[in-house]
Design a binder for this molecule. Structure first.
Ligand code: ADP
Ligand code: MG
Length: 489
């Protein structure tokens, strides 16, 4: 199977070949011909399976085929000019994109735009622009005034522009929802409905999601017509190219020493370390830099410019350790990431899957390590239930936990897992991470005091205060679509 055989235009085949793609991935092999044929698509397949090209290649194909159409689209500026010459009063002419890609995060939007530029590098007159929160307004107005064929946007900012009349979807042909489940999780459902409503019913719709069950599935079926459902369940769906491990740790200092050791591993090319909070991402990145690692933080409080620079440095290999929170790291696609370290476990089991998917990209192998306190055993169990895989507990020589891992890793302790616990104990200017061998004092007690008397209900029931309910089986969503968290949010 080749890209030519999928029926793609020669300029696109040339561009993907240059990008080093020789054969289409399974999702591309199924999606591309159907999308060229005009079908709506509902697709679920694992991260790293090449979904961007699965929608962008057929879309570019359609746009390039339409390029020969006699009347090329005029820019809003030109339209305004001719309206003025007819004596009409014109303030602004809206951009009229042919394709819209909605993504949950800014990083993902930029990544899609970059991929589009790569796939369309031999096509003239096709422009793709990102419309994102955090980008200066005048800059966005300038991009829109060029009347780009393709808009890649996060829903919130796009709504702003629609409401102020800057975008007109009456000529939209293709709508893509990338990582639709995540957009719904982030609360974008009303925005998405509003955007879909503003597009012509004749559009082609392609929706990509980790799952097509529940709320996403309902929305997916509402906004598509006779869709082809593509669900790629493969070995890599279970992340078989990614080795997963749990290392039990006694306390924060043990965890930090083990992290340093893991990051010195010779097989480590680049790593992403996940933390529960933005503040921890900063603190740990600082500490790792002092320890001699080329580390950088990435989180939602950073300005877009800084986030982009950090990601560029990561891609160029100048940053070897990225310390990130979940939202910021979503969709990061850097094939040289060999290690993912869960410094803190994610709040939701599905985030675990997204995190480990940052490694093992494009068919390579990866290693995903979770540094876990004994009290968090229960959360590992939930992740195992969600992924339907056991994550082996491993011991690193010289870093053995004082308490051995409970054999079946059951018996979670009440109130043991609370990310963010005790943070305020850290005094300003005083690093909670001390140099190896130096006396440790005054550091914040991340472990939430589980070594002393257990907090929470003394009944021993593994329920947590503040939690919206237990995580149930393999369906992380309740009937009303609310996300079930296993920590307090
Ligand atoms: P997903 O959206 O499914 O997580 P991406 O579209 O981000 O995956 O692609 C993951 C990686 O695989 C990217 O680095 C991309 O360039 C690469 N890739 C995509 N399609 C192919 C292909 N046919 N051959 C080789 N690499 C590919
Ligand atoms: Mg993707």
């Amino acid at each position: 199977m080749s890209f030519e055989a999928l029926g793609l235009h020669a300029t696109i085949v040339k561009a993907v070949t240059e990008a080093g793609y020789t054969v289409p991935t399974p999702v591309q092999a199924q999606a591309v011909p159907a999308a060229i044929g005009g079908r709506d698509l509902l697709v679920s397949s694992q991260t790293g399976s090449g979904k961007t090209a699965a929608f962008m290649l057929p879309a570019l194909h359609k746009l390039v085929s339409a390029e020969v159409a006699p009347a090329p689209a005029r820019t809003p500026a030109q339209e305004a000019q001719s309206a003025r010459s007819r004596g009409e009063r014109v303030r602004f002419t809206a951009a009229k994109p042919k394709m819209l890609v909605l993504t949950p995060t800014r990083e993902l939007a930029l990544q899609v735009t970059t991929a589009t530029e790569k796939y369309g590098s031999y096509m003239r007159r096709i422009r793709a622009v990102s419309i994102l929160g955090g980008m200066p307004y005048p800059k966005q107005m300038q991009l829109l005034s060029k009347n780009p064929e393709i808009l890649v946007a996060t829903p919130g900012r796009l709504i702003d522009h629609m409401e102020s009349g800057k975008i007109d979807f009456s000529e939209l042909q293709i709508l893509v929802l990338d990582e639709a489940d995540r957009m719904l999780d982030m609360g974008f459902i009303d925005d998405i409905e509003k955007i879909v409503e503003a597009t012509p019913a004749t559009r082609q719709t392609m929706l990509f999601s980790a799952t097509l069950d529940g709320v996403v599935g309902n929305m997916a079926r509402r906004i598509t017509r006779d869709p082809l459902v593509i669900q790629i369940a493969s070995a890599s769906n279970r992340h078989e190219n990614i080795s997963q491990r749990v290392h039990f740790v006694d306390d924060l200092s043990h965890k930090n020493r083990l992290l340093d050791h893991l990051l010195r591993d010779e097989s480590m090319d680049q790593a992403v370390v996940f933390t529960a909070t933005k503040r921890d991402a900063d603190t740990i990145a600082d500490r790792l830099n002092i320890a001699g690692f080329a580390a950088a933080a990435l989180h939602g409080d950073m300005h877009q410019g800084a986030r982009n620079r950090t990601l560029d440095s990561l891609r160029r290999g100048q940053v070897r350790v990225l310390v990130a929170t979940d939202v910021a790291a979503r969709g990061i696609d850097v094939p040289t990431i060999t290690h993912v370290v869960n410094y803190d476990l994610p709040k939701f089991p599905e985030d675990y899957v997204h995190r480990i998917g940052r490694t093992g990209r494009a068919g390579r192998n990866g290693l995903a390590i979770s540094l876990v306190n004994h009290a968090e055993n229960m959360n590992i169990k939930r992740i195992e239930r969600f992924t339907k895989q056991l994550i082996p507990a491993t011991v690193v020589e010289g870093f053995e936990p004082k308490r051995s891992a409970p054999p079946a890793r059951t018996g979670a302790r009440p109130g043991g897992w609370k990310p963010g616990d005790g943070r305020s104990a850290a005094k300003p200017g005083q690093r909670s991470f001390s140099k190896p061998g130096a006396p440790r004092e005054g550091g914040y007690n991340r472990e939430g005091g589980h070594n002393s008397a257990p907090r929470g209900p003394s009944s021993g029931a593994p329920r947590r205060e503040g939690s919206s309910g237990g995580y149930r089986g393999s369906n992380p969503r309740s009937a009303d679509g609310a996300r079930r968290s296993f920590g307090d949010n």
